[in-house]
Design a protein around this ligand. Structure first.
Ligand SMILES: NC(=O)c1ccc[n+]([C@@H]2O[C@H](COP(=O)([O-])OP(=O)(O)OC[C@H]3O[C@@H](n4cnc5c(N)ncnc54)[C@H](O)[C@@H]3O)[C@@H](O)[C@H]2O)c1
Length: 346
């Protein structure tokens, strides 16, 4: 077998171990270097994973450490500068969600990935869960008919201590937003993936219970391009948080995905049909940001190395990764202006 793909990680915080463990567990991947602007964090991380090299400057790591793939695990609002630098150095990318926090910076990432002919996966790990894949397939096959309503309820709990635990959390500059841009974004992505692109949105956002710059609560009313309507409710301030819930209703049936996987699967004329008994990958982040299984990150690592080897499209390229961010930015714009905002996705 050819040599394994070499990975480097930028940002050794909360999410970085999920990348490291997935790379170690991967069939075709190995970790060669890590970087954090806080030297102690980089050193400790390197020691834990028996790495010879650690860095405090991502440019130096990318230039010197001889890696094929860079995992971007830093605060959201600097993913772009790191991803663009890495792509320009010919490195492939695994970029944490949100891939960036502004349209301009997402454009720059997409341009750099295309220009340098590298592959990138965006980390929306819930897309890899069997329950959601089964629902997506059934919707595409028209099992529930044309969609009428598609809703996402994304109610989590983050304490003030959580927001105070790192300088960037809850700040516009590097978090790019709050209950939606950081926590709810996984659910926004899933809703778009299942129900299709949104044409326009009307929204309200507010900061109800935390001392943060960004929103801790948001409600949005959606019109999808396919004509369906929908609702997103997102918060980080309800105790003790609730499992994410998605409700999709078509002209021929309904599907609800919640804590236990597919909870409702009803198709007109087929009332005896059972919901596929498919598990989720162990995501339970309503109350704890780090509480999700390794499986999904591992699938994205394996998918990326396969995509590079076979020169195929990865599961979640940046054009896909940007969609939830574009919708959230439109939600913020609607709340700011009091107007319905049309989305203009390329
Ligand atoms: N996929 C998921 O479910 C999931 C879960 C948690 C976090 N995330 C995402 O991962 C990213 C990081 O979040 P976190 O909770 O791990 O944050 P964190 O604050 O725990 O870790 C970020 C680390 O990046 C380092 N850093 C900052 N700027 C840097 C730079 N220029 N170069 C090198 N290191 C730098 C910081 O010192 C810190 O150690 C965010 O974008 C977040 O949205 C994703």
């Amino acid at each position: 077998m050819a040599e394994k793909f070499k990975f480097g990680i930028v940002g050794c915080g909360l999410i970085a171990p999920h990348h490291a463990e997935s790379i170690l567990a991967g069939s075709n991947s190995k970790l060669v270097a890590v970087c954090d602007i806080i030297e102690e964090k980089a050193r400790e991380f390197a020691e834990k994973y028996n790495l010879e090299k650690y860095y405090t400057d991502y440019r130096q790591m990318i230039d010197e450490a001889g890696m094929d793939i860079v995992c971007v695990c830093t605060p959201s609002g600097n993913h772009g500068e790191i991803a663009v630098y890495a792509a320009n150095a010919g490195k492939h990318l695994l970029v944490e969600k949100p891939i960036e926090t502004t349209r301009e910076k997402m454009d720059e990432i997409i341009r750099a990935v295309k220009k340098n002919n590298v592959k990138m996966n965006s980390v929306f790990q819930i897309r890899t869960e069997p329950a959601f894949i089964a629902v997506k397939k059934a919707i595409e096959e028209g099992r529930f008919g044309d969609i009428i309503l598609a809703d996402a309820y994304l109610k989590s709990y983050r304490s003030q201590e959580y927001y105070d635990s790192a300088d960037w959390r809850g700040k516009w500059e590097l978090d790019g937003g709050g209950a939606l841009m950081n926590q709810g974004i996984h659910g926004v992505d899933i809703l778009l993936w299942l129900a299709g692109d949104v044409e326009s949105v009307f929204a309200r956002v507010g900061t109800k219970a935390r001392n943060i710059e960004v929103e801790d609560t948001a409600v949005a009313m959606l019109k999808f391009k396919n004509g369906a309507f929908g609702i997103i409710e997102g918060t980080t301030s309800v105790y003790p948080g609730q499992p994410k819930k998605f409700e999709i209703h078509g002209k021929k049936g309904s599907v609800v995905i919640g804590e236990k996987g597919i909870e409702v699967w009803q198709i007109e004329g087929n009332d005896e049909e059972k919901a596929p008994q498919l598990h989720k990958n162990g995501d339970d982040t309503a109350n704890d940001p780090g509480k999700f299984a390794l499986t999904s990150h591992l699938i994205l690592v394996e998918d990326l190395t396969e995509a590079i080897e076979n020169d195929r499209r990865p599961l979640i390229p940046p054009e896909e990764g940007r969609k939830a961010v574009d919708l959230i930015l439109a939600i913020y714009e609607s709340a700011r202006t009091g107007k319905e905002i049309k989305l203009d996705w390329r």
